[in-house]
Design a protein around this ligand. Structure first.
Ligand SMILES: Cc1ncc(COP(=O)(O)O)c(C=O)c1O
Ligand SMILES: N[C@@H](CCCC[NH3+])C(=O)O
Length: 439
């Protein structure tokens, strides 16, 4: 079994994370429970920053908070001195509530509303990543009406296909995101933005996809961007102060995944950027990246209580847990694969092959197909690894299942950072048709 970060099996044969016995964590906080290994998040954050420092490159590492946003998480990101990428008014609100330094917030999204742009301008966040012509116009008019200015990046689509699940590729020409670099849209957008007295164009942004295992896509994207920057140096007298190459660095969920070490992704990208800078005799731009999954993915583990079993003779043993697609929709959405152990019997080696079912009324609610586990029975504790990115973030209340809590563990201490939803929370927004509705 592959253990991430501080996870290991303790003398009682139980899975331990952050120096704490997961069986005790489950007793204290209940199940399902998301457990985050804070030391591992810090290690990943420092790793990215250190790599840039070692290369002598001025950089900003912005955590893509869509991977997992909560006040505690945003505070941790601040403690580690990273910047923050938000993609909605809700993520921005969370960052503000966490008192994250506004100048290090970057705002993304392909359909930011007027209200969201007003909020970003009101808080004077570091920069807005403009995605399309509609937004360019809207931002100009919102700046005008608030009599304010903003720094922006233009999101470009370089026409690169990242080799990953089709739902999580974003850099190909036929993408809903960004200005196409090849068909003149990006140049037109830049011309408009440069003419605006309300916007200061810091540079360009691109993000080619997620869970990527090779650097080739990033390098080709950089080459295509520099080709254009070289043209625009002359035609528009534009030099990109900042080049944001997005996130997307892959992680190991199962042994089918072979990601590069984060430092290698960064080093190879920087080498290419430096080559391009030399080739076109430009100044080295400040490099920004936006890792989400690679900062928090393998730091998260979900603990579930095992409940019912169903045998389909000669075919399959279904083992059901007390969560499922409501706390982790990735298997249903992307056929994502995970590894797991029985946290209370982690040393046992005599296994049977079982399939882990969720409790939602949906045949597709399967967390793991065909995994060897030591005969899981009711009240066993199942730990599913690598659920830190896009787990809680995409959790939902399907079947009116309350979302699980999130606990941070570090050096033998547990800190609850998101409370468990209650049934009362589930009906909090509901209104009865028996009462007079005022508005
Ligand atoms: C613009 C942007 N930046 C960063 C990310 C983070 O990606 P990942 O979690 O794969 O690092 C995403 C999500 O794919 C994104 O859309
Ligand atoms: N939610 C996706 C990643 C999407 C990235 C957002 N641009 C996942 O779980 O893999």
């Amino acid at each position: 079994m592959y253990f991430h970060g501080t996870s290991k099996v303790n003398a009682r044969g139980h899975l331990e994370i952050g120096g704490l016995d997961t069986v005790e964590l489950a007793e204290q906080f209940g199940t399902p429970l998301y457990v985050y290994d804070v030391a591992l998040i810090r290690e990943r954050a420092r790793g990215f920053k250190q790599t840039f420092e070692n290369l002598g490159v001025t950089a900003q590492v912005a955590y893509a908070s869509k991977a997992f946003s909560s006040i505690g998480m945003v505070q941790l990101v601040d403690e580690e001195g990273l910047s923050l990428d938000v993609v909605s008014g809700g993520e921005l609100y969370t960052a503000i509530a966490a008192k994250f330094p506004v100048e290090r917030i970057h705002f993304h999204g392909n359909n930011k509303s007027k209200e969201e742009l007003e909020m970003a301008l009101k808080y004077k966040i570091g920069c807005i990543v403009v995605d399309n012509f509609y937004e360019l116009e809207l931002l100009e008019s919102v700046c005008e009406s608030m009599d304010t200015n903003t720094k922006i990046l233009l999101r470009v689509t370089p026409g690169v296909e990242a080799h990953t699940h089709e739902y999580i590729t974003t850099g190909q020409a036929d993408s809903k995101f960004g200005f196409d670099l090849q068909n003149g849209q990006a140049e037109k957008a830049l011309t408009i933005a440069l003419a605006s007295s309300r916007m200061e164009v810091l540079g360009l942004h691109c993000h080619i996809g997620s869970q990527i295992f090779e650097t080739a896509g990033f390098l080709i994207a950089a080459q295509k961007i520099f080709e254009k920057l070289n043209e625009w140096k002359e035609s528009l007298a534009f030099e990109s102060e900042v080049l944001n190459l997005g996130g997307g660095f892959g992680i190991r969920y199962t042994n089918e995944d072979q990601p590069l070490p984060a430092a290698q992704y960064v080093a190879e990208i920087i080498e290419e950027v430096q080559k391009q800078v030399e080739k076109y005799a430009m100044n080295m731009p400040e490099i920004w990246i936006e890792p989400g999954r690679s900062l928090v993915g393998d730091a998260g583990t979900t603990l579930y209580k095992v409940g019912s079993r169903k045998e389909v003779p000669n075919i399959r043993q279904y083992v059901a847990v007390d969560g499922g697609m409501s706390d982790n929709i990735r298997p249903a959405l992307y056929q994502a694969k995970y590894e797991a152990v029985l946290a209370n019997r982690a040393l046992e080696t005599t296994c049977e092959t079982v399939s882990i079912a969720g409790k939602c009324c949906e045949s597709g609610d399967m967390l793991i197909w065909d995994i060897p586990l030591p005969k899981p029975g009711s009240d066993d504790l199942l730990a599913v690894f690598c659920t830190g990115a896009y787990g809680y973030a995409m959790a939902n209340n399907y079947n009116r299942i309350p979302r699980p809590p999130v606990v941070f563990v570090e050096n033998g201490q547990a800190k609850l950072v998101v409370k468990r939803e209650t049934y009362e929370d589930l009906i909090r927004m509901d209104l009865s048709i028996k009462e007079k509705i005022n508005n």
